[in-house]
Design a protein around this ligand. Structure first.
Ligand code: ATP
Length: 386
């Protein structure tokens, strides 16, 4: 067992970003980002390519100068402080290990830099601690070329750990690994965070990573924060159609139509009773329903009626794709569905409490109250006020 007390958890610091903005010429990469990260929190900046997540991280690290706005780490204004004096450690997707140094030497490297002057005994202790937390004990004498990709990334994490930084900044650290290794490293990273109780800011476009790892997910698009919340909240209560479609594999089905009285949503091929409560809105709107909240119904049922385009067997589930008025709707159903392409089917909503309604013009959610949590999803502590 690793002695958790060996890592000084009080080194973890909070981070506050205020109206943080970065422009590259005419391109606004990050637009007035406000974010408060509590000490010890795991926060993920999540979004599609080009949404501004790496630029945000680079500004926190000091690798990119903000056009405007401020950054505080541990209550200290660091906007003008050089990267090496910000008390942070970065881990990138490329491991950037020194090939002619052993694992031990690579991990110890930051402590041996002249300006740090860490005693030999302390270097020894910190490397031993990092190595035991990361399962590198048997590999300390090897060179990077003698390691797998996952092991190399663990060494890079070890090198960050020995510095005992106020915050770890991680930029897609798992994206160079193959799928299996990526899943393993994801669990290890979660474990590392729990053991160190360190502040970690993580950038990824992989929503599963964000869901598994984070206390707080910050979904970005076009340089603008779309929603900041716990993974469960963002998944269950997307603030807008972007978040609804981006989270989930596949994302929420979004169907334009009309909300009538008595919570009835209608469109060509669609007749769905939506969950309560809703603001008293009647008129054009967008219905949101997740694939796992749709099941095959009987002809004549209320629901979504269309023609089967395909059935994709995933093993434990099948994705049933149905074309409804020119738009594809996906249902996640048991593996054997008993219908095939060209057949007309009706998909019924299994629980109206999980339907969502969005404004047809702005895409903002009109559904006000959260539904009951989905079974099996682990809610994390909501320790932040974004
Ligand atoms: P990815 O996942 O592809 O790395 P990202 O979400 O991290 O994307 P950023 O790298 O932060 O996105 O880029 C945000 C926007 O800023 C993009 O439109 C990008 O083209 C632009 N951008 C980033 N760096 C520069 C630069 N040095 N000069 C000009 N434009 C840039």
């Amino acid at each position: 067992m690793t002695d958790r007390s060996a890592y000084p958890t009080n080194r973890a610091a909070g981070i506050k970003l205020s109206k943080l903005t970065k422009k590259f010429g005419d391109v606004v990469a990050v637009d007035a980002l406000d974010l408060r990260i509590e000490a010890g929190q795991f926060v993920t900046l999540l979004g599609p390519s080009g949404c501004g997540k790496s630029t945000s991280l680079h500004m926190i690290a000091g690798l990119e100068r903000a056009t405007s706005g401020t950054i505080e780490i541990g209550g200290r204004l660091v906007s003008e402080v050089p990267p090496q004096d910000r008390d942070i450690a970065m881990v990138f997707q490329s491991y950037a290990l020194y090939p002619h140094y052993t694992v031990w030497e690579n991990i110890a490297f930051p402590l041996r830099a002249k300006r740090r002057r860490t005693s030999k005994a302390e270097v020894e202790e910190r490397v031993r601690y990092a190595s035991s937390v990361l399962g590198l004990d048997g590999l300390l004498d090897r060179y990077p070329r003698e390691l797998s990709g996952g092991q190399r990334q663990r060494v890079a994490l070890g090198r960050a750990t020995v510095r005992q930084p106020a915050a770890f900044l991680l930029d897609e650290p798992l994206s160079n690994l193959d799928v299996q290794l990526r899943l393993e490293m994801r669990s290890e990273l979660k474990d590392l965070h729990e053991r160190l109780a360190a502040t970690m800011v993580y950038v990824t476009h992989d929503q599963a990573e964000a869901m598994v790892l984070s206390d707080l997910v910050v979904v970005m698009n076009g340089g603008v924060v779309q929603q900041a919340g716990t993974p469960l909240d963002c998944y269950n209560n997307p603030a807008n159609t972007f978040v609804a479609g981006f989270l989930g594999e596949p994302g929420m089905n979004l169907l334009p139509g009309r909300l009538e009285r008595e919570r009835l949503f209608v469109a060509d091929g669609v007749r769905v009773r939506v969950g309560e409560p809703l603001p008293s809105v009647v008129g054009r709107a967008v219905l949101g329903v997740r694939p796992e909240n749709l099941a095959l119904g009987a002809a004549g049922d209320d629901g979504i009626t269309g023609t089967v385009r395909s059935v994709e067997l995933l093993g434990s589930r099948s994705l049933l794709k149905v074309v409804v008025d020119g738009q594809t709707v996906t249902a996640s159903v048991p593996p054997v569905v008993g219908v095939g392409p060209g057949e007309e089917v009706t998909l019924r909503v299994t629980d109206s409490a999980h339907t969502r309604v969005f404004d047809a013009d702005t895409g903002s959610s009109l559904t006000v109250s959260p539904p009951a949590p989905l079974p099996g999803r682990h809610d994390t502590l909501h320790r932040v006020t974004p």
